[in-house]
Write a protein that binds this ligand. Structure first.
Ligand code: NAD
Length: 287
């Protein structure tokens, strides 16, 4: 069995990014800067932001944590976003999810300049993926999955890919990205009856349902490549991150598998900073 090691690849990407950023800075350009807006004080969100800060520090990116009060009115939040759009020293703007109920997520995402939307959620970037235009920004998890597979020599064109999950954040963009790479794609979801009927024949199986250990021995076959996107935090008997794939049951059957933790998670962080670097170079070229 081949382990699709996201941590190792994340570190390789970090050193590549650092070299590329150093080259720009040595030519006199400012360092890349990303602003992460957090509304309220969700503990998990703060942890995610800390991880991004650490990664940014390693590669020479300034990560600014814009912390706003939980009860901030939506129009005030929008003003913050517009100010970051207008700030030439900022190359990426992220709204850390979740946001409080009185804030309309879609409205805020649409307020971000598509050029700085390094999460790839603005409708302009969604459209770019939809029509297979290369100047858009692909959501980081989707980019991370593709990079992990391509780096490990997994052929995508012509393969039978099954994505379990159809969210706008993960399932749908991932299915579209595989379609753009000439795979034949099937999307399964919570109302799909007889899940194994679809998953077992897959050449590449992407599990992104957020249901711990959903994918078991009956859902896979020898020769298959399995990518586990799911992350559920279980507290008992101890605090651990659990994937959508029952690793111990599946690992001995399939050809390759990504672990949780250490698979798609680290790739998502690395890919976010690749998106930021792309935005940075595009903004520099635009002048
Ligand atoms: P979501 O809840 O928005 O969507 C889940 C999707 O799975 C839905 O489309 C639903 O129809 C489908 N689903 C639910 N139960 C199912 C079942 N029993 N069988 C088949 N399909 C089922 O979640 P999301 O935002 O897409 O995230 C999915 C998982 O990926 C979560 O565990 C999340 O934490 C994780 N995630 C990981 C990363 C990463 O970097 N590794 C990034 C984003 C999300």
């Amino acid at each position: 069995m081949m382990l699709l090691d996201g941590k190792k690849l994340r570190n390789e990407i970090a050193s590549e990014l650092k070299t590329s950023i150093d080259a720009y800075v040595s030519k006199g350009y400012v360092s890349p800067k990303v602003a992460i807006i957090q509304v309220g004080m969700n503990k998990e969100s703060t942890l995610f932001i800390e991880n991004k800060k650490k990664f940014g520090q390693k590669i020479g990116v300034e990560v600014v944590h814009v912390h706003l009060p939980y009860n901030i009115p939506e129009d005030e939040l929008l003003k913050e976003i517009y100010a970051l759009n207008d700030d030439n020293s900022v190359h990426g703007v992220i709204i850390q999810m979740p946001v409080p109920k009185h804030i309309r997520r879609e409205v805020c995402v649409e307020a971000i300049s598509p050029l700085k939307d390094v999460d790839g959620l603005h409708s302009e970037n969604v459209k770019a993926l939809w029509v297979h235009r290369s100047d858009g920004i692909v959501p980081a998890t989707t980019r991370g999955i593709l990079t992990l597979l391509e780096h490990n020599g997994v052929l995508i064109e012509g393969r039978n890919v099954v994505v379990v999950g159809r969210s706008s954040l993960v399932g749908k963009p991932t299915a579209m990205a595989f379609l753009n790479k000439n795979a034949t794609v099937t999307v399964c979801h919570s109302k799909t009856p007889n899940l194994e009927f679809y998953t077992t024949p897959a050449d590449i199986l992407i599990a992104a349902a957020g249901v711990p250990r959903l994918i078991r021995s009956q859902h896979v076959r020898p020769g298959q490549v399995v990518v586990d996107v799911g992350i559920t935090i279980e507290e008992v008997p101890e605090r651990v991150a659990v994937g959508d794939v029952h690793f111990d049951e599946v690992a001995d059957i399939v050809h390759a598998i990504s672990p949780v933790p250490g698979g798609v998670g680290p790739m998502t962080v690395a890919s976010l900073f690749q998106n930021l670097f792309d935005a940075y170079t595009r903004i520099i070229k635009k002048g």
